[in-house]
Ligand binder design. Structure first.
Ligand code: KG4
Ligand code: ZN
Length: 350
């Protein structure tokens, strides 16, 4: 089984071909970071236009890399949401057009499902597993029970973890995207210099909050006067420590709930761009070991936005016959677990 995957929900234009033997036959990602850098964040209109301009060429190149023609495909999977709607429309319309012209099944993939199942492309991991999804738009803890079966244990009530990194980087004058910049600055900093808050720590449940932490960084910046690079490094290190502590503490709560429901559950999976963070990985590795779980972190290229995870979700869905009709409408919002309580401000972006 060979699937073409298309991803256009945020600021990466991506196309990939993946087969059901878990081989990525071709993979192309075009980042728009340079286009958005002057604005300090993603501009949806610019993103949509860039997807439109580059997607066709990217798909053609990926097909050539894999030595495949549309006739060789078993299906076309495109991110159908959630995300910046202009970009999602570009990907969905392109996917539908190829499906129609080549007479192949079309699969509309929830971007979050792409992240949730990516560990099964890189690793031999069985359902159920616990997932910490930490990206620029999402911060969620989910039990992945099967394809299309997700139980949300917690989500952010304000900012996502990646968003907090990006906003902190802006406050510290470190540029965009913020995560890697903060991590770099933190390398020479003292994580104990500033006692930044650990929001929601000790409270029951698995929800996250980062807005208060961001405010604390702003206050420290405002009272810091001229920021020396040593001071910036200390702030970055203290902030990173607070985020890692919060994520680990909330994940610990979720592990208890996961174990209660699935005593034989074996794995904690981390996905999303923030999973690139070394300190976070170290904390999660320790936490998982402490609870007798394996920590599974897909390679970084599969953690950040990419089309291989979308193609793989297509493989998983097509195996179960879960195809979509060509009248599928792109969805700016699309919760993975519709039964989870609604949280104001959460789940808007991809
Ligand atoms: O999954 P992703 O590529 O895109 C979204 O779907 O959001 O995640 C991007 C996010 C950004 O907020 C970025 O600052 C963050 O992941 N990020 C990091 C690191 N690398 C990327 N955050 C912390 N440490 C990193 N090393
Ligand atoms: Zn994503």
């Amino acid at each position: 089984m060979l699937i073409l995957g298309i991803e256009t929900s945020c600021d990466e234009t991506a196309a990939a071909l993946v087969d059901d033997a878990r081989t990525i036959r071709a993979e192309r990602v075009l980042s728009q970071t340079e286009l958005h850098t002057p604005y300090g964040g993603i501009v949806p209109e610019i993103a949509a236009r860039a997807h439109l301009e580059h997607l066709d060429g990217l798909i053609a190149t990926a097909m050539k890399d894999a030595g495949a023609s549309f006739a060789d495909l078993d299906g076309i999977a495109a991110t159908g949401g959630p995300g910046l709607i202009g970009g999602v429309i570009v990907g969905v319309m392109t996917g539908k057009a190829i499906a129609l012209a080549a007479r192949k099944p079309f699969l509309a993939i929830n971007h979050l499902e792409g992240h949730a199942l990516s560990a099964r492309l890189s690793h031999d991991v069985a359902f159920p597993y616990l997932l910490l999804l930490v990206s620029g738009g999402h911060c969620q803890l989910l039990i992945v029970e099967g394809v299309g079966q997700y139980r949300r244990l917690g989500t952010t009530i304000d900012d996502a973890a990646g968003e907090a990194f990006d906003k902190t980087a802006k406050l510290l004058g470190l540029g965009y995207p913020g995560g890697p910049a903060v991590e770099r600055a933190a390398q020479t900093g003292d994580p104990a210099r500033f006692a930044f808050p650990r929001p929601l720590k000790g409270r029951p449940g698995c929800d996250f909050s980062f807005a208060g932490l961001k405010t604390a960084v702003r206050q420290a910046v405002e009272s810091g006067g001229d920021l020396s690079s040593a001071l910036v490094a200390d702030m970055a290190a203290s902030f990173q420590q607070a985020v890692a502590d919060s994520l680990a503490e909330r994940t610990g709560q979720a592990i208890d709930l996961f174990k209660e429901r699935y005593p034989k559950g074996k794995a904690l999976v981390v996905a999303g761009g923030v999973a690139a963070n070394t300190l976070l990985r170290r904390r999660l590795t320790g936490l998982a070991a402490q609870h007798g779980l394996d920590l599974i972190a897909p390679p970084l290229t599969l953690c950040t936005d990419n089309a291989a995870m979308i193609a793989w979700a297509g493989v998983e869905r097509l195996r179960l016959g879960l195809t979509d009709a060509l009248d599928f409408s792109p969805r700016p919002r699309w919760p993975l677990d519709p039964s989870a309580p609604k949280v104001i401000g959460a789940g808007v972006k991809a």
